[in-house]
Ligand binder design. Structure first.
Ligand code: HEM
Ligand code: HEM
Length: 226
């Protein structure tokens, strides 16, 4: 089989991934800070937006970005993990079965952390909601650590740098397995969309008064319940 450089990850998938990773790190680091609450909330909303985009892209994206290409059952996960202890670890051009389960967990936990964050911010639920939000953020951190360890392990086992591939889009493989276009237009639209959100969000209706703790002042933003 001829092996050459093939494109595997389209641009929107890569942009969404690295913005999601950066937003998570930023949101996690600023969760405890009252002073940085606005930054925290903007990054949390960014994660929600990126996951929403990723869900759409799971149907509209290119071959390896589509959920159909990494919808694996428990048996496939077990067989993949078992194959790692043999001389011929099973190789996948796109996401492997074990990695794909981590991916679904990351997407689901991001939505739950974001939703409970929003509820905490809107003073819905009270203390238990805040506790739940913190707990979900920690659960997400745990899965992120597993995810990164899995990426490192499978990069070593398959002698394939997955981080570099998620940055450049390229892997080495059979030319017939590559995707054709990098989806430049959708990628640019996504990047501009996030940039515009970061500019517009602070001070918008999404962030009334700039924080959940308004004990010191009168909250005067006018909001209609429609
Ligand atoms: C900063 C550390 C991180 C590194 C080095 C990293 C690396 C990677 C790599 C290499 C892949 C591709 C895996 C493969 O080839 O199958 C991937 C996929 C993925 N990662 Fe991460 N990741 C990191 C953090 C995160 C975080 C914080 C999240 C979410 C909160 C996340 C969510 C995802 C998702 C959803 C995918 C699937 C990509 C797609 O198809 O859209 N990652 N990650
Ligand atoms: C999905 C990404 C998010 C992550 C990883 C995250 C993480 C965290 C963490 C670790 C804390 C500290 C919890 C504690 O000390 O028990 C926190 C607190 C908080 N988060 Fe988030 N958060 C996210 C999204 C959001 C969103 C979208 C909002 C609002 C719209 C939000 C609003 C808050 C508020 C108001 C607090 C402070 C609770 C308090 O101490 O009064 N978060 N977050």
């Amino acid at each position: 089989m001829e092996r050459s450089k093939i494109l595997v990850w389209d641009l929107p998938t890569r942009i969404a991934h690295w913005l999601l990773a950066a937003s998570f790190i930023g949101a996690f680091a600023t969760g405890d800070s009252e002073r940085l609450r606005d930054v925290h909330v903007v990054l949390g909303y960014t994660m929600l937006g990126l996951v929403a985009f990723r869900l759409v892209w799971g149907f509209a994206g290119s071959r390896y970005a589509r959920f159909g290409s990494f919808a694996f059952g428990p048996r496939a996960v077990l067989e993949y993990l078992k194959s790692l202890f043999t001389r011929a670890p099973r190789h996948y051009v796109g996401h492997n079965p074990a990695g794909s389960w981590a991916i679904y967990a990351l997407l689901a936990l991001s939505v739950l952390a974001g939703a409970t964050g929003y509820a905490t911010y809107s003073n819905l639920g009270g203390d238990w909601m805040e506790e739940l939000h913190g707990g979900l953020a920690n659960a997400l951190l745990a899965v992120v650590i597993i995810h990164v360890l899995g990426v490192i392990a499978s990069s070593i086992l398959h002698r394939e740098n997955l981080v570099r591939a998620m940055l450049s889009g390229y892997k080495s493989g059979d030319p017939a397995d590559g995707i054709r276009g990098r989806r430049l237009l959708a990628g640019t639209a996504l990047a501009l969309g996030v940039a515009a959100f970061w500019i517009i969000a602070p001070g918008s209706l999404l962030m009334p008064g700039g924080g959940a703790d308004q004990a010191a002042g009168h909250h005067s933003a006018h909001q209609d319940d429609d």
